[in-house]
Design a protein around this ligand. Sequence first.
Ligand code: FEO
Ligand code: CA
Ligand code: CA
Length: 550
Amino acid sequence: MDSLPTPSPLMGASSRRQFMQYLGAGAVCAAANRITPNWLTAQPVQTQASQATPLFDDFSFQEVGKTLEDAVTLPPGYKYEVILKHGDKIHPSGLQFGDQADYLAFHLENDEAGWLWINHENSFFLKGKELLSDVGGSCIRLRKDAGSGKWRPDLTSQDNLRVNGLDTKIKLLGPAAGSKALDGANEVVGSVGNCGGAVSPWGTFFSGEENFYHFWGDFDNPKSMDAPLHGLPDDLQRNPRHYGWMVEVDPQTKEVFKHTALGRFGHENIAFGFTKDGRLVGYMGDDRNAMGFYKFISREKYDAAAGKGNRRLLSDGTLYVADTVNGRWIPLDPEQTPVLKEKGFDLAEICVRTRVAVEFAGGTPLARPEDVEIHPETGEIYVCLTAYDNGTDNVGAIMVVREKEGDHGALAFEHQVFVLGGKEAGLAWPDNIGFGPDNALMVTTDYEVVEPPANSPHEWFGNNNLLIVPTKGEHRGQVRRFMSGPLGAELCSPTLSPCRTELWVNVQHPGDGGRGHWPEGGTSQPRSAMIAISRLKNAEERKPENLSGA
Ligand code: FEO
Ligand code: CA
Ligand code: CA
Protein backbone atom coordinates (compact mmCIF):
# COMPACT_ATOMS: atom_id res chain seq x y z
CA MET A 1 0.00 0.00 0.00
CA ASP A 2 1.35 3.42 -0.91
CA SER A 3 2.07 6.02 1.67
CA LEU A 4 0.10 9.19 1.22
CA PRO A 5 1.61 12.62 0.61
CA THR A 6 2.16 14.97 3.50
CA PRO A 7 -0.89 16.98 4.43
CA SER A 8 -0.42 20.61 5.27
CA PRO A 9 0.24 21.36 8.94
CA LEU A 10 -2.83 23.56 8.89
CA MET A 11 -5.93 22.18 7.28
CA GLY A 12 -7.86 25.42 7.01
CA ALA A 13 -9.31 26.86 3.84
CA SER A 14 -5.92 28.13 2.64
CA SER A 15 -4.46 24.66 2.58
CA ARG A 16 -7.45 22.76 1.33
CA ARG A 17 -5.78 21.87 -1.94
CA GLN A 18 -2.99 20.03 -0.20
CA PHE A 19 -5.47 18.15 1.90
CA MET A 20 -7.39 17.20 -1.22
CA GLN A 21 -4.23 15.82 -2.73
CA TYR A 22 -3.68 13.87 0.42
CA LEU A 23 -7.09 12.30 0.22
CA GLY A 24 -7.02 12.04 -3.54
CA ALA A 25 -4.06 9.69 -3.52
CA GLY A 26 -5.84 7.57 -0.99
CA ALA A 27 -8.88 7.23 -3.17
CA VAL A 28 -6.83 5.62 -5.90
CA CYS A 29 -5.23 3.46 -3.29
CA ALA A 30 -8.58 2.38 -1.91
CA ALA A 31 -9.84 1.36 -5.31
CA ALA A 32 -6.71 -0.63 -6.07
CA ASN A 33 -6.51 -2.46 -2.78
CA ARG A 34 -8.73 -5.08 -1.31
CA ILE A 35 -8.11 -5.78 2.33
CA THR A 36 -8.11 -9.48 3.07
CA PRO A 37 -10.34 -10.21 6.04
CA ASN A 38 -8.94 -12.09 9.00
CA TRP A 39 -5.35 -11.07 8.39
CA LEU A 40 -5.22 -9.59 11.84
CA THR A 41 -6.91 -11.18 14.79
CA ALA A 42 -5.82 -9.27 17.86
CA GLN A 43 -9.51 -8.70 18.53
CA PRO A 44 -11.85 -11.65 18.96
CA VAL A 45 -14.32 -12.27 16.15
CA GLN A 46 -17.77 -11.19 17.25
CA THR A 47 -20.37 -13.88 17.11
CA GLN A 48 -24.02 -13.27 16.39
CA ALA A 49 -25.70 -13.14 19.79
CA SER A 50 -29.07 -13.82 18.26
CA GLN A 51 -30.23 -16.02 15.41
CA ALA A 52 -33.08 -13.60 14.72
CA THR A 53 -33.27 -11.82 11.36
CA PRO A 54 -30.46 -9.25 11.30
CA LEU A 55 -31.54 -5.64 11.54
CA PHE A 56 -30.35 -5.17 7.98
CA ASP A 57 -28.38 -7.31 5.56
CA ASP A 58 -25.94 -5.00 3.91
CA PHE A 59 -27.90 -3.38 1.09
CA SER A 60 -31.23 -5.20 1.30
CA PHE A 61 -33.07 -2.18 2.73
CA GLN A 62 -34.63 0.53 0.58
CA GLU A 63 -32.46 3.61 0.77
CA VAL A 64 -33.86 6.71 2.45
CA GLY A 65 -33.94 9.73 0.14
CA LYS A 66 -32.86 13.28 0.88
CA THR A 67 -35.15 14.72 3.53
CA LEU A 68 -35.59 18.12 5.17
CA GLU A 69 -38.40 16.96 7.44
CA ASP A 70 -38.47 17.53 11.18
CA ALA A 71 -38.62 13.77 11.66
CA VAL A 72 -36.67 10.57 11.94
CA THR A 73 -36.96 8.93 8.53
CA LEU A 74 -36.33 5.19 8.09
CA PRO A 75 -36.66 2.72 5.20
CA PRO A 76 -40.04 1.02 4.78
CA GLY A 77 -40.39 -1.86 7.21
CA TYR A 78 -38.69 -0.15 10.14
CA LYS A 79 -39.95 1.78 13.17
CA TYR A 80 -38.43 3.58 16.11
CA GLU A 81 -39.28 4.53 19.64
CA VAL A 82 -37.86 7.22 21.90
CA ILE A 83 -36.18 5.57 24.87
CA LEU A 84 -34.78 8.56 26.81
CA LYS A 85 -34.89 12.28 26.22
CA HIS A 86 -33.37 15.41 27.74
CA GLY A 87 -35.08 16.25 31.02
CA ASP A 88 -36.42 12.75 31.75
CA LYS A 89 -36.09 11.74 35.41
CA ILE A 90 -33.53 8.98 35.70
CA HIS A 91 -33.43 8.57 39.50
CA PRO A 92 -36.00 8.59 42.33
CA SER A 93 -34.24 11.71 43.68
CA GLY A 94 -35.16 13.60 40.51
CA LEU A 95 -31.81 13.52 38.71
CA GLN A 96 -32.32 14.38 35.05
CA PHE A 97 -31.11 12.90 31.80
CA GLY A 98 -28.74 15.62 30.47
CA ASP A 99 -28.64 17.54 27.23
CA GLN A 100 -27.03 16.62 23.88
CA ALA A 101 -26.91 12.82 24.10
CA ASP A 102 -23.79 11.79 22.17
CA TYR A 103 -21.99 8.46 22.80
CA LEU A 104 -23.97 5.50 24.13
CA ALA A 105 -22.72 2.13 25.33
CA PHE A 106 -23.83 -0.80 27.43
CA HIS A 107 -22.12 -3.33 29.62
CA LEU A 108 -24.01 -6.47 30.68
CA GLU A 109 -23.41 -8.10 34.07
CA ASN A 110 -25.57 -11.13 33.27
CA ASP A 111 -28.48 -12.20 31.02
CA GLU A 112 -30.92 -9.89 32.74
CA ALA A 113 -29.10 -6.78 33.93
CA GLY A 114 -26.40 -4.37 32.93
CA TRP A 115 -25.61 -0.69 32.57
CA LEU A 116 -26.25 1.96 29.96
CA TRP A 117 -23.92 4.94 29.65
CA ILE A 118 -24.71 8.08 27.65
CA ASN A 119 -22.49 11.15 27.17
CA HIS A 120 -24.00 14.63 27.41
CA GLU A 121 -21.65 16.67 25.30
CA ASN A 122 -22.80 20.29 25.59
CA SER A 123 -25.81 22.56 25.58
CA PHE A 124 -26.64 25.47 23.30
CA PHE A 125 -29.27 27.16 25.42
CA LEU A 126 -28.46 26.50 29.10
CA LYS A 127 -26.24 28.84 31.15
CA GLY A 128 -24.13 28.78 34.31
CA LYS A 129 -24.85 26.07 36.89
CA GLU A 130 -27.75 24.72 34.85
CA LEU A 131 -25.39 24.18 31.93
CA LEU A 132 -22.73 22.45 34.03
CA SER A 133 -25.37 20.23 35.66
CA ASP A 134 -26.73 19.08 32.32
CA VAL A 135 -23.45 17.98 30.70
CA GLY A 136 -21.20 15.00 31.56
CA GLY A 137 -22.96 11.66 31.35
CA SER A 138 -25.78 9.43 32.61
CA CYS A 139 -25.24 5.92 33.93
CA ILE A 140 -28.47 3.95 34.12
CA ARG A 141 -29.40 0.39 35.06
CA LEU A 142 -30.30 -1.65 31.99
CA ARG A 143 -32.72 -4.57 32.29
CA LYS A 144 -34.05 -7.15 29.89
CA ASP A 145 -37.82 -7.03 29.78
CA ALA A 146 -39.08 -10.54 30.48
CA GLY A 147 -42.06 -10.11 28.14
CA SER A 148 -40.64 -8.41 25.06
CA GLY A 149 -37.05 -9.57 25.48
CA LYS A 150 -35.92 -5.99 24.84
CA TRP A 151 -33.29 -4.27 26.93
CA ARG A 152 -34.51 -1.03 28.47
CA PRO A 153 -33.16 1.49 31.01
CA ASP A 154 -34.66 1.23 34.50
CA LEU A 155 -35.32 4.85 35.41
CA THR A 156 -36.44 3.95 38.94
CA SER A 157 -33.18 2.37 40.07
CA GLN A 158 -31.40 3.91 43.05
CA ASP A 159 -28.15 2.78 41.39
CA ASN A 160 -28.44 5.32 38.55
CA LEU A 161 -26.03 8.22 38.60
CA ARG A 162 -25.00 11.37 36.81
CA VAL A 163 -21.50 12.60 36.17
CA ASN A 164 -21.70 16.34 35.58
CA GLY A 165 -19.59 19.43 35.00
CA LEU A 166 -20.65 21.12 38.22
CA ASP A 167 -19.76 19.05 41.25
CA THR A 168 -18.66 15.49 40.41
CA LYS A 169 -15.37 14.74 42.17
CA ILE A 170 -12.92 13.02 39.82
CA LYS A 171 -9.60 11.43 40.76
CA LEU A 172 -6.57 11.99 38.52
CA LEU A 173 -4.48 8.93 37.65
CA GLY A 174 -1.17 8.61 35.81
CA PRO A 175 2.00 10.71 35.45
CA ALA A 176 0.39 14.17 35.61
CA ALA A 177 -1.58 13.49 38.83
CA GLY A 178 -0.13 15.71 41.57
CA SER A 179 2.41 17.19 39.15
CA LYS A 180 3.63 20.76 38.86
CA ALA A 181 1.93 21.06 35.47
CA LEU A 182 -1.40 20.63 37.31
CA ASP A 183 -0.39 22.72 40.35
CA GLY A 184 -0.22 19.53 42.41
CA ALA A 185 -3.87 18.57 41.86
CA ASN A 186 -4.82 14.94 42.48
CA GLU A 187 -8.53 15.53 42.16
CA VAL A 188 -10.60 17.81 39.94
CA VAL A 189 -14.25 18.81 39.76
CA GLY A 190 -16.48 17.96 36.84
CA SER A 191 -16.34 16.55 33.33
CA VAL A 192 -17.39 18.50 30.23
CA GLY A 193 -17.42 18.16 26.44
CA ASN A 194 -18.15 14.42 26.72
CA CYS A 195 -18.16 13.24 23.14
CA GLY A 196 -17.31 9.61 22.24
CA GLY A 197 -16.16 6.74 24.42
CA ALA A 198 -15.66 3.04 24.91
CA VAL A 199 -16.30 0.14 27.24
CA SER A 200 -13.08 -1.08 28.84
CA PRO A 201 -12.15 -4.77 28.81
CA TRP A 202 -12.95 -4.73 32.56
CA GLY A 203 -16.48 -3.42 32.06
CA THR A 204 -16.28 0.29 32.90
CA PHE A 205 -17.20 3.23 30.67
CA PHE A 206 -14.77 5.63 29.04
CA SER A 207 -15.77 9.13 27.97
CA GLY A 208 -13.68 11.61 25.97
CA GLU A 209 -13.62 15.30 26.93
CA GLU A 210 -13.59 16.91 23.50
CA ASN A 211 -14.52 20.60 23.21
CA PHE A 212 -13.56 21.44 26.81
CA TYR A 213 -12.38 24.86 25.62
CA HIS A 214 -16.04 25.89 25.15
CA PHE A 215 -16.26 26.02 28.95
CA TRP A 216 -12.93 27.36 30.22
CA GLY A 217 -10.81 27.99 27.12
CA ASP A 218 -7.50 26.33 26.33
CA PHE A 219 -4.15 28.11 26.38
CA ASP A 220 -2.23 24.94 25.51
CA ASN A 221 -3.31 24.68 21.87
CA PRO A 222 -0.22 25.50 19.77
CA LYS A 223 -2.38 26.38 16.75
CA SER A 224 -4.52 29.00 18.47
CA MET A 225 -5.57 30.34 21.83
CA ASP A 226 -9.01 28.82 22.25
CA ALA A 227 -11.25 31.29 24.06
CA PRO A 228 -14.24 29.98 26.03
CA LEU A 229 -17.68 30.29 24.43
CA HIS A 230 -20.07 29.84 27.33
CA GLY A 231 -19.27 32.97 29.37
CA LEU A 232 -19.42 31.21 32.73
CA PRO A 233 -19.48 33.56 35.75
CA ASP A 234 -16.45 34.13 37.99
CA ASP A 235 -17.61 31.71 40.68
CA LEU A 236 -17.66 28.92 38.07
CA GLN A 237 -14.21 29.59 36.61
CA ARG A 238 -11.82 26.61 36.64
CA ASN A 239 -8.32 25.64 35.54
CA PRO A 240 -8.65 24.56 31.86
CA ARG A 241 -5.96 21.95 32.46
CA HIS A 242 -8.42 19.96 34.55
CA TYR A 243 -10.26 19.15 31.31
CA GLY A 244 -9.41 17.55 27.98
CA TRP A 245 -8.85 14.09 29.47
CA MET A 246 -10.09 10.57 28.93
CA VAL A 247 -12.54 9.85 31.76
CA GLU A 248 -13.39 6.43 33.24
CA VAL A 249 -16.66 5.77 35.09
CA ASP A 250 -17.14 2.67 37.23
CA PRO A 251 -20.90 2.11 37.46
CA GLN A 252 -20.61 -0.33 40.36
CA THR A 253 -18.41 1.70 42.71
CA LYS A 254 -19.51 5.10 41.27
CA GLU A 255 -15.85 6.13 41.10
CA VAL A 256 -14.76 8.47 38.31
CA PHE A 257 -11.19 8.88 37.07
CA LYS A 258 -9.27 10.97 34.54
CA HIS A 259 -6.39 9.10 32.91
CA THR A 260 -3.57 11.58 32.39
CA ALA A 261 -1.28 9.05 30.66
CA LEU A 262 -3.70 9.09 27.71
CA GLY A 263 -2.86 12.72 27.02
CA ARG A 264 -4.79 15.97 27.07
CA PHE A 265 -6.43 17.13 23.86
CA GLY A 266 -9.87 17.14 22.20
CA HIS A 267 -10.56 13.49 22.99
CA GLU A 268 -13.18 12.03 20.68
CA ASN A 269 -13.18 8.41 21.89
CA ILE A 270 -10.92 5.43 22.54
CA ALA A 271 -10.80 1.95 20.97
CA PHE A 272 -9.24 -0.76 23.11
CA GLY A 273 -7.21 -3.67 21.74
CA PHE A 274 -4.29 -5.86 22.69
CA THR A 275 -0.79 -6.35 21.39
CA LYS A 276 0.16 -9.83 20.23
CA ASP A 277 2.07 -10.29 23.49
CA GLY A 278 -0.94 -9.26 25.57
CA ARG A 279 -0.41 -5.60 26.49
CA LEU A 280 -3.34 -3.19 26.47
CA VAL A 281 -3.67 -0.70 23.62
CA GLY A 282 -5.97 2.31 23.20
CA TYR A 283 -6.37 4.21 19.90
CA MET A 284 -7.60 7.81 20.11
CA GLY A 285 -8.33 10.81 17.88
CA ASP A 286 -8.00 14.54 18.66
CA ASP A 287 -11.02 16.19 17.08
CA ARG A 288 -9.66 19.57 16.07
CA ASN A 289 -8.38 20.54 12.66
CA ALA A 290 -4.70 19.67 12.09
CA MET A 291 -4.44 17.51 15.22
CA GLY A 292 -3.12 14.03 15.90
CA PHE A 293 -4.08 10.37 15.93
CA TYR A 294 -2.75 8.50 18.96
CA LYS A 295 -2.25 5.15 20.56
CA PHE A 296 -1.26 4.19 24.07
CA ILE A 297 0.49 0.88 24.84
CA SER A 298 0.72 -0.35 28.42
CA ARG A 299 4.09 -1.51 29.76
CA GLU A 300 2.67 -4.57 31.46
CA LYS A 301 0.34 -7.25 30.13
CA TYR A 302 -3.40 -7.39 30.57
CA ASP A 303 -4.53 -9.97 33.12
CA ALA A 304 -8.16 -11.00 32.64
CA ALA A 305 -8.27 -12.44 36.17
CA ALA A 306 -7.33 -9.06 37.63
CA GLY A 307 -10.59 -7.44 36.43
CA LYS A 308 -10.64 -3.77 37.36
CA GLY A 309 -7.09 -4.13 38.63
CA ASN A 310 -6.15 -3.70 34.96
CA ARG A 311 -7.00 -0.01 35.33
CA ARG A 312 -3.41 0.54 36.52
CA LEU A 313 -2.17 -0.45 33.03
CA LEU A 314 -3.42 2.92 31.79
CA SER A 315 -1.09 4.77 34.16
CA ASP A 316 2.12 3.08 33.07
CA GLY A 317 2.95 2.88 29.38
CA THR A 318 3.81 4.94 26.33
CA LEU A 319 1.62 7.35 24.41
CA TYR A 320 2.43 7.51 20.69
CA VAL A 321 1.32 9.93 17.99
CA ALA A 322 0.97 8.83 14.37
CA ASP A 323 3.37 10.02 11.70
CA THR A 324 1.21 9.02 8.73
CA VAL A 325 3.77 10.30 6.24
CA ASN A 326 6.37 7.76 7.28
CA GLY A 327 3.95 5.20 8.68
CA ARG A 328 5.43 5.15 12.17
CA TRP A 329 4.34 5.73 15.74
CA ILE A 330 6.36 8.42 17.55
CA PRO A 331 6.75 7.88 21.31
CA LEU A 332 5.75 10.94 23.33
CA ASP A 333 8.39 10.18 25.89
CA PRO A 334 11.36 12.41 26.85
CA GLU A 335 13.79 9.47 26.88
CA GLN A 336 12.72 7.92 23.56
CA THR A 337 12.17 11.18 21.68
CA PRO A 338 15.07 13.41 22.81
CA VAL A 339 13.71 16.62 21.28
CA LEU A 340 11.03 16.60 23.96
CA LYS A 341 13.64 16.51 26.69
CA GLU A 342 15.57 19.29 24.96
CA LYS A 343 12.42 21.41 24.95
CA GLY A 344 12.03 20.89 28.68
CA PHE A 345 9.21 18.36 28.70
CA ASP A 346 9.05 15.72 31.40
CA LEU A 347 6.41 12.99 31.23
CA ALA A 348 3.84 14.93 33.26
CA GLU A 349 4.27 17.99 31.04
CA ILE A 350 3.78 15.83 27.95
CA CYS A 351 0.55 14.47 29.40
CA VAL A 352 -0.80 17.99 30.07
CA ARG A 353 0.54 19.89 27.02
CA THR A 354 0.19 16.96 24.62
CA ARG A 355 -0.61 19.01 21.52
CA VAL A 356 2.50 21.13 22.00
CA ALA A 357 4.65 18.02 22.50
CA VAL A 358 3.22 16.57 19.29
CA GLU A 359 4.36 19.65 17.36
CA PHE A 360 7.95 19.18 18.54
CA ALA A 361 7.87 15.40 18.08
CA GLY A 362 6.60 15.59 14.49
CA GLY A 363 3.16 13.97 14.70
CA THR A 364 1.16 14.40 11.49
CA PRO A 365 -1.63 16.97 11.62
CA LEU A 366 -4.80 15.33 10.35
CA ALA A 367 -8.19 16.63 9.25
CA ARG A 368 -10.12 16.24 12.51
CA PRO A 369 -9.57 12.62 13.49
CA GLU A 370 -12.85 11.73 15.20
CA ASP A 371 -14.27 8.30 15.94
CA VAL A 372 -11.71 5.47 15.95
CA GLU A 373 -12.85 1.82 15.98
CA ILE A 374 -11.14 -1.56 15.53
CA HIS A 375 -12.72 -3.90 12.97
CA PRO A 376 -13.82 -6.99 14.94
CA GLU A 377 -12.61 -9.45 12.29
CA THR A 378 -9.62 -7.84 10.60
CA GLY A 379 -8.20 -5.74 13.44
CA GLU A 380 -7.82 -2.78 11.09
CA ILE A 381 -8.36 0.59 12.70
CA TYR A 382 -11.02 2.75 11.07
CA VAL A 383 -10.64 6.49 11.66
CA CYS A 384 -13.11 9.22 10.68
CA LEU A 385 -11.40 12.30 9.22
CA THR A 386 -14.14 14.91 9.38
CA ALA A 387 -12.46 17.84 7.60
CA TYR A 388 -14.80 20.66 6.78
CA ASP A 389 -15.13 21.79 3.19
CA ASN A 390 -18.18 23.51 1.79
CA GLY A 391 -16.98 23.36 -1.82
CA THR A 392 -18.01 20.88 -4.42
CA ASP A 393 -15.29 18.34 -3.79
CA ASN A 394 -14.34 15.90 -1.09
CA VAL A 395 -15.80 16.47 2.33
CA GLY A 396 -14.30 14.12 4.86
CA ALA A 397 -13.09 10.57 4.62
CA ILE A 398 -12.78 7.32 6.53
CA MET A 399 -9.19 6.13 6.85
CA VAL A 400 -8.11 2.55 7.51
CA VAL A 401 -4.88 1.81 9.36
CA ARG A 402 -3.15 -1.57 9.29
CA GLU A 403 -0.49 -2.19 11.90
CA LYS A 404 2.67 -3.99 10.78
CA GLU A 405 2.24 -7.76 10.94
CA GLY A 406 -1.23 -7.20 12.28
CA ASP A 407 0.08 -6.36 15.74
CA HIS A 408 -1.46 -3.48 17.68
CA GLY A 409 1.91 -3.30 19.44
CA ALA A 410 3.74 -2.51 16.18
CA LEU A 411 5.52 0.81 15.78
CA ALA A 412 4.96 0.92 12.01
CA PHE A 413 1.76 0.91 10.00
CA GLU A 414 0.21 1.45 6.61
CA HIS A 415 -2.91 3.42 5.88
CA GLN A 416 -5.35 4.09 3.08
CA VAL A 417 -8.64 5.82 2.51
CA PHE A 418 -11.59 3.46 2.82
CA VAL A 419 -14.28 5.92 1.68
CA LEU A 420 -13.74 9.40 0.37
CA GLY A 421 -16.60 11.79 1.11
CA GLY A 422 -18.33 13.82 -1.60
CA LYS A 423 -21.52 14.31 -3.54
CA GLU A 424 -21.05 11.19 -5.64
CA ALA A 425 -19.96 9.01 -2.74
CA GLY A 426 -23.07 9.92 -0.75
CA LEU A 427 -21.02 10.66 2.36
CA ALA A 428 -19.94 13.88 4.03
CA TRP A 429 -18.43 14.73 7.39
CA PRO A 430 -18.30 11.21 8.88
CA ASP A 431 -18.21 11.53 12.67
CA ASN A 432 -19.22 8.35 14.51
CA ILE A 433 -18.78 4.76 13.35
CA GLY A 434 -19.83 1.38 14.66
CA PHE A 435 -19.91 -2.16 13.30
CA GLY A 436 -23.31 -3.62 12.43
CA PRO A 437 -24.52 -6.95 11.01
CA ASP A 438 -21.79 -8.63 8.95
CA ASN A 439 -19.44 -5.97 10.30
CA ALA A 440 -20.80 -3.36 7.90
CA LEU A 441 -19.83 0.11 9.07
CA MET A 442 -22.64 2.21 10.48
CA VAL A 443 -21.59 5.81 9.92
CA THR A 444 -23.26 8.94 11.25
CA THR A 445 -22.58 12.36 9.78
CA ASP A 446 -22.19 15.78 11.35
CA TYR A 447 -22.30 18.56 8.80
CA GLU A 448 -23.53 22.09 9.06
CA VAL A 449 -27.29 22.47 9.32
CA VAL A 450 -27.53 26.10 10.45
CA GLU A 451 -27.55 28.32 7.36
CA PRO A 452 -25.50 25.87 5.31
CA PRO A 453 -23.94 27.39 2.19
CA ALA A 454 -25.15 26.55 -1.30
CA ASN A 455 -23.78 23.35 -2.81
CA SER A 456 -23.02 21.96 0.64
CA PRO A 457 -23.65 18.45 2.02
CA HIS A 458 -26.89 19.78 3.51
CA GLU A 459 -28.10 20.69 0.03
CA TRP A 460 -26.95 17.37 -1.42
CA PHE A 461 -28.19 15.02 1.29
CA GLY A 462 -30.62 17.00 3.45
CA ASN A 463 -30.57 16.47 7.20
CA ASN A 464 -27.69 14.60 8.83
CA ASN A 465 -27.95 10.87 8.34
CA LEU A 466 -26.88 7.35 9.21
CA LEU A 467 -25.20 5.39 6.44
CA ILE A 468 -24.37 1.74 5.97
CA VAL A 469 -21.01 0.94 4.35
CA PRO A 470 -20.12 -2.76 3.96
CA THR A 471 -16.49 -3.57 4.83
CA LYS A 472 -16.41 -6.72 2.69
CA GLY A 473 -18.13 -8.39 -0.24
CA GLU A 474 -19.29 -6.89 -3.52
CA HIS A 475 -20.59 -3.69 -1.93
CA ARG A 476 -17.43 -2.99 0.08
CA GLY A 477 -16.92 0.75 0.47
CA GLN A 478 -20.29 1.66 -1.06
CA VAL A 479 -22.60 3.97 0.85
CA ARG A 480 -26.35 3.63 1.42
CA ARG A 481 -28.51 5.89 3.57
CA PHE A 482 -30.43 4.05 6.28
CA MET A 483 -31.76 6.92 8.33
CA SER A 484 -32.20 10.66 8.18
CA GLY A 485 -32.48 12.76 11.34
CA PRO A 486 -34.78 15.62 12.30
CA LEU A 487 -34.05 19.29 11.54
CA GLY A 488 -30.86 20.60 13.12
CA ALA A 489 -29.77 17.26 14.57
CA GLU A 490 -26.70 15.14 14.16
CA LEU A 491 -26.96 11.41 14.84
CA CYS A 492 -24.55 9.77 17.25
CA SER A 493 -23.10 6.45 18.28
CA PRO A 494 -24.99 3.84 16.20
CA THR A 495 -24.94 0.71 18.38
CA LEU A 496 -26.60 -2.68 18.05
CA SER A 497 -28.61 -3.52 21.18
CA PRO A 498 -27.45 -6.47 23.33
CA CYS A 499 -29.80 -8.85 21.47
CA ARG A 500 -28.82 -7.22 18.13
CA THR A 501 -32.46 -6.81 17.05
CA GLU A 502 -32.46 -3.05 17.63
CA LEU A 503 -30.22 -0.23 16.50
CA TRP A 504 -29.73 2.32 19.24
CA VAL A 505 -28.89 5.84 18.10
CA ASN A 506 -28.72 9.21 19.84
CA VAL A 507 -30.38 12.16 18.13
CA GLN A 508 -28.25 15.11 19.26
CA HIS A 509 -29.27 18.78 19.33
CA PRO A 510 -32.46 18.52 17.21
CA GLY A 511 -33.85 21.95 16.39
CA ASP A 512 -30.38 23.50 16.25
CA GLY A 513 -30.65 26.81 14.45
CA GLY A 514 -34.06 27.59 15.90
CA ARG A 515 -36.00 25.26 13.63
CA GLY A 516 -37.69 22.06 14.67
CA HIS A 517 -39.54 20.59 17.61
CA TRP A 518 -38.55 16.91 17.57
CA PRO A 519 -39.50 14.59 19.19
CA GLU A 520 -42.72 15.98 20.71
CA GLY A 521 -43.67 18.25 17.81
CA GLY A 522 -46.07 21.20 17.90
CA THR A 523 -44.37 24.17 19.55
CA SER A 524 -42.51 22.04 22.09
CA GLN A 525 -38.87 22.56 22.95
CA PRO A 526 -36.75 20.14 20.88
CA ARG A 527 -34.92 17.55 22.98
CA SER A 528 -31.91 15.35 22.35
CA ALA A 529 -32.92 11.71 22.74
CA MET A 530 -31.88 8.09 22.48
CA ILE A 531 -34.02 6.05 20.09
CA ALA A 532 -34.32 2.33 19.35
CA ILE A 533 -34.88 1.29 15.72
CA SER A 534 -36.31 -2.13 14.90
CA ARG A 535 -37.92 -4.06 12.09
CA LEU A 536 -41.68 -4.17 11.84
CA LYS A 537 -42.74 -7.69 12.69
CA ASN A 538 -46.29 -8.24 11.48
CA ALA A 539 -48.92 -7.07 9.03
CA GLU A 540 -50.50 -4.75 11.58
CA GLU A 541 -47.20 -3.00 12.18
CA ARG A 542 -46.58 -2.78 8.44
CA LYS A 543 -49.81 -0.87 7.67
CA PRO A 544 -48.98 2.38 5.88
CA GLU A 545 -50.23 4.52 8.77
CA ASN A 546 -47.77 2.75 11.08
CA LEU A 547 -44.73 3.05 8.86
CA SER A 548 -43.42 6.38 10.00
CA GLY A 549 -42.42 5.25 13.46
CA ALA A 550 -43.32 6.49 16.91
FE1 FEO B 1 -18.07 15.63 19.62
FE2 FEO B 1 -15.95 15.16 17.59
O1 FEO B 1 -17.69 15.29 17.88
CA1 CA C 1 -18.35 13.17 17.52
CA1 CA D 1 -20.00 15.69 16.32
